[in-house]
Design a protein around this ligand. Structure first.
Ligand SMILES: *[C@@H]1O[C@H](CO)[C@@H](O)[C@H](O)[C@H]1NC(C)=O
Length: 271
């Protein structure tokens, strides 16, 4: 009897050791942007996983900011690694749109209860929709402004406010050119709100002189290249700045327990 129980104990210990040796766990948690009101995206890297990495990603326990997860909400393969995405309740996510979500909103004491109520309500209801552009239509070249083409798009989820003001605040990117807002807005016959954009386009020229056309082309090609390089450099700067900001925020929030516990569910069940 004693022998049998020691054999069982030994087998259990072996199993535990084997479990610990291969236990998948999470490392390198990264705080991402807000997904919607009240929810922030975090990502983490799964390590020590066996052949069924993607399956383990969905089953491996994590604790982020005191919130328990029995696995990631989303999993994807990144090279040989596996990245899990978690949807974490976060009341500093108070804004509607992705662009606005990155702006830090100071939360005062009075706001907290209000926000908690709103979060409690909106979690069950469908996400709040921000105004956004439908398909962009390429129109004709501008007669008065050489090198520019007119593009239009319908504004969707306009909301109940002043449609013209809403439209004139909605940014767009057309052909890699960024616009803070349309040049102007109008309503069409069906009552849809239409934004009108003037987009730089070197196929738009009315030059009879061939020499001038060639020179113009040389100029615009180089100008566009330079502009694109500058744009990319700026985007990189902004990204780095956001990363630094995120890192600082994580440090500041240390007392809120952003520590990542990496415990395998199975190992925990055994222990
Ligand atoms: C929309 O607002 C702008 C700026 O206030 C104004 O110039 C424009 O005439 C308005 N357009 C319409 C269609 O009301």
């Amino acid at each position: 009897m004693a022998k049998l129980s020691s054999v069982i104990l030994g087998a259990l210990l072996l199993l535990l050791v084997a479990q610990c040796a291969t236990a998948a766990r999470w490392t390198s948690p990264v705080r991402g942007g807000c997904l919607r009101r009240g929810t922030r995206r975090w990502t983490a890297t799964l390590v020590d996983f066996g052949p069924d990495g993607l399956g383990l990603c969905r089953r491996t326990y994590a604790n982020i900011g005191g919130q328990r997860f029995n696995g990631a909400n989303e999993c994807r393969q990144a090279g040989r690694g596996i990245i899990g995405t978690f949807y974490v309740n976060d009341r500093t996510c108070t804004r509607f749109t992705d662009q606005e979500a990155e702006a830090v909103v100071p939360v005062t004491e009075e706001m907290v209860t209000v926000i908690e109520e709103v979060v409690a309500v909106t979690e069950e209801v469908a996400p709040v929709f921000a105004p956004h552009w439908g398909r962009f239509h390429r129109d004709g070249c501008l007669r008065k402004k050489r090198g520019y083409r007119r593009w239009t798009a319908r504004l969707l989820d306009v909301g109940s406010g002043n449609w013209n003001a809403t439209c004139l605040r909605t940014p767009a990117t057309i052909r890699r050119q960024k616009f803070a807002h349309p040049a102007h807005c109008r309503k069409n016959r069906k009552g849809h709100v239409i934004g009108v954009f003037y987009v730089r386009d070197r196929t738009c020229r009315r030059v009879s002189d061939l020499q001038e056309a060639l020179e113009l082309e040389m100029e615009t090609v180089h100008f566009e290249e330079a502009a694109l390089n500058l744009q990319e450099a700026l985007a990189f700067e902004v990204e780095s700045a956001l990363e630094v900001e995120d890192a600082v925020n994580v440090d500041e929030n240390e007392d809120v327990n952003v520590e990542f516990e990496a415990v395998d569910v199975e190992a925990e069940a055994l222990g």
